[in-house]
Write a protein that binds this ligand. Sequence first.
Ligand SMILES: NC(=O)c1ccc[n+]([C@@H]2O[C@H](COP(=O)([O-])OP(=O)(O)OC[C@H]3O[C@@H](n4cnc5c(N)ncnc54)[C@H](O)[C@@H]3O)[C@@H](O)[C@H]2O)c1
Length: 333
Amino acid sequence: MHILVTGGCGFIGSNFIKYMLKKYDDIRIINVDNLSYGSNINNLREIEDDRRYRFVKGSITDTRLMNNIVREVDAIVNFAAESHVDRSIVDPQPFFKSNVEGVLVILEAIRNSGKNIRFHHISTDEVYGDVLDGSFIEDDRLKPSSPYAASKACADLLCLAYYRTYGINVTISRCTNNFGPYQFPEKLIPKTVIRAMLNLKVPVYGTGKNVRDWIYVLDHCEAVDRILFNGRAGEVYNVSGGNELANINVVEKILDLLNKPRNLIEFVEDRPGHDIRYSLNSNKIFRELGWKPKHRFEDALKGTIEWYVENEWWWKPLADERILHPTPWKLKW
Ligand SMILES: NC(=O)c1ccc[n+]([C@@H]2O[C@H](COP(=O)([O-])OP(=O)(O)OC[C@H]3O[C@@H](n4cnc5c(N)ncnc54)[C@H](O)[C@@H]3O)[C@@H](O)[C@H]2O)c1
């Protein structure tokens, strides 16, 4: 099987490519990534000589490139996206270019190919917006809060429309917050770990009571693998880790695991439109595809922290003052 992975030089995409090459002997993967700021070619260093793997630097918004590559493959997994909420608040436009127009270009390339190509689109729990009680199921309405989440919701609707109108073989997964090795240092867990290691104040937005459901990145990769091969066309699957925690609790756990004092915590001005709580009901993927997360949050968090401690070569060149800024949504990027 020949799979196109887009955005494979980012955090989740690079973990997914390595997971797939390790699990299956008989696949080939082509990775298209435009190497935007959140990407890192070093994420794939260990497999760059693998003959089953090929990297193409390019954008999913490039129609000619996508038409050529899509014709070669049997399946596509689209991770490519502008992914940081704070940046989308400062400058939404690039988010709509990559996250919406890019998906349209891929869908059109599939349509033009005339082939039955499975297209798995990676979405997010953020498309539903926040919820105080209960958990969202796949049929719930979309009510995104940030420009990032709105761009992801647009892409989901495009995919579903292409399924309905043209019969394109689409599946979508909406996953909760990922963590693990190779996550760009601007995101909550790596930023907290790195700032604490450097004995810098650790910023927490608002009261720190905002709740996120955390999933270890390899559990997400396994869910995508299951949906790619066995998911039903035209269907959306929620993917949650089942680890709902307030941001302040995540930060406290990290400080404790690093033996750093809690007085490093500094409450800072809240992000505009900050969602209170995300929560997903993942019974559909449990029931239909037999997927369940395997990693315990505490163990995976400990392993992730150890990875950042041991891999300074990876994060040091990325972790400048702007990336580790306490309130990045106030910066001009
Ligand atoms: N990180 C999370 O917690 C999380 C949770 C749910 C869903 N997601 C989704 O998973 C996907 C991957 O997220 P991530 O955290 O790995 O993000 P990331 O920012 O680490 O990686 C995104 C990758 O996409 C590439 N990219 C961006 N625009 C592109 C374009 N136009 N053409 C080609 N490549 C492009 C970037 O260079 C980067 O390598 C995104 O679609 C995101 O919305 C992430």
